[in-house]
Design a protein around this ligand. Structure first.
Ligand SMILES: [Fe+2]
Length: 159
């Protein structure tokens, strides 16, 4: 891998990025990401009705997004269809709920909170959703390698 990093993706309009990512390089990208929220100010924008995805960079190998979540906003429940998905919390607390497919419906199997600086990775057929349950705004950095084009969205059936 060359010198591609989150910093170069933030600073350059056309950063060099010409290799696929494995889990280790993806994790490394997130670990070496600038920790301060200010660095991402160009990409911080909240939506009134739903969480907002703000794209930093995308090519055939990776998509980098800054996502902004107001209180109560959450992603759909989804899988990752052949992509690695790494998340680093920049500000606020991220809640991640993981699901398993049961016979009749999805079952929640774990819930975890992630503080600023924490990193979590979902891969391929992992099913999860991410939410902000707190008053404080949540800002997360997401790397999808390769870009997530065909994720499936799930509904939890109520009985
Ligand atoms: Fe995800």
């Amino acid at each position: 891998m060359g010198r591609f990093s989150i910093s170069t993706a933030l600073e350059s309009d056309d950063p060099e990025c010409s290799n696929p990512f494995d889990e280790e390089t993806l994790l490394n990208l997130l670990k070496t990401a600038p920790p301060k929220l200010d660095t991402y100010s160009k990409f911080i924008s909240f939506g009134k009705d739903r969480y907002q995805r703000n794209r930093v960079f995308k090519n055939q190998f990776i998509e980098i997004l800054v996502m902004c979540w107001a209180k109560g906003q959450c992603s759909p429940i989804h899988n990752h269809s052949g992509s690695w998905c790494g998340i680093r919390v920049l500000s606020g607390v991220a809640n991640e709920i993981r699901f398993a497919e049961g016979f009749f419906s999805l079952l929640p199997v774990s819930q975890q909170s992630f503080e600023p600086g924490s990193i979590t990775v979902a891969r391929d057929d992992d099913i999860h959703c991410v939410a902000n349950f707190n008053d404080a705004p949540l800002v997360t950095l997401h790397c999808y390698a390769p870009p997530l084009e065909n994720m499936e969205i799930f509904q939890v059936k109520s009985v």
